[in-house]
Write a protein that binds this ligand. Structure first.
Ligand code: ADP
Ligand code: MG
Length: 221
């Protein structure tokens, strides 16, 4: 369902070229939970961004559910991001002026989901991440772990087939990290979403069905 074929990413910075990814080929089957580890600067975020249609490869192909997305332009990429991809970041990126419910609802508004359906899905997601009692809280009234749970619920709003998490526990203490990973694993099976988690934390990585190590833009194990 995710099929990368010889993906290379080169960033050009004036005269210098940075080869962030160097011929990555990888297949991830539907519903799998994969973790990605590797040193800082090895290309993990670049890889996730390319799978998540935030960025495009310099060469190679990226197939999602059988569709080659590597040649899509902005409009096509935006559509895939909205409907197929959920993204979770280390810094949560919640909208500070919206409460938990409204943050979760936002991607559904963008996708023009009718109000009734939006409300129903938001309530369900709040329940799934254990935040029913926090629905009216603003981000600054929530702990780091709670904010990340809101971000996770938001990422699942439009029922993506792929959930990508870039260092999702990077800003969270280790006890709460464990809870976040358990939640991600639960949602991976409940929502039947393919899950890719980039992490420094081997305790987090070991929860996955499969672990990939990247060094210098290449898969080494
Ligand atoms: N937008 C960018 N422009 C130029 N260079 C970049 C950009 N993003 C990442 N890089 C470079 O590509 C390499 C891989 O970065 P990244 O994917 O962020 O690594 P990781 O997530 O594993 O720490 C690094 O050398 C980084 O400096
Ligand atoms: Mg990174």
């Amino acid at each position: 369902m995710i099929d990368l074929r010889n993906v290379t990413k080169i960033y050009k910075m004036g005269e210098t070229e940075i080869r962030a990814l160097n011929g990555i080929s990888l297949k991830v089957e539907k519903g799998a939970f994969l973790s990605l580890v590797g040193p800082s600067g090895s290309g993990k975020s670049t890889l996730l961004n390319i799978i998540g249609c935030i960025d495009t490869p310099t060469s190679g192909e990226v197939h999602l559910d059988g569709e080659d997305v590597s040649k899509l332009k902005d409009r096509g990429l935006t559509k895939i991001r909205l409907h197929k991809i959920g993204f979770i970041f280390q810094q949560f990126y919640l909208i500070p002026t919206l409460n938990a419910m409204e943050n979760i609802e936002l991607p559904m508004k963008e996708a023009k989901v009718p109000r009734e359906e939006r409300r129903k899905r938001t309530r369900q997601l709040l329940e799934n991440v254990g935040l029913t009692q926090r629905e009216k809280h603003y981000p600054n009234q929530l702990s780091g772990g709670e904010q990340q749970r809101v971000a996770i619920a938001r990422s699942l709003a439009n029922k993506p087939s792929v959930l990508l998490a870039d260092e999702p526990t990077g800003e969270i203490d280790s006890e709460t990290s464990e809870k976040i990973v358990n939640l991600l694993r639960k949602l991976n099976s409940e929502e039947k979403v393919t899950l890719l988690v980039v992490t420094h934390d081997l305790k987090v990585a070991k929860h996955a069905d499969r672990m990939i190590t990247i060094e210098d833009g290449k898969i080494v194990s």
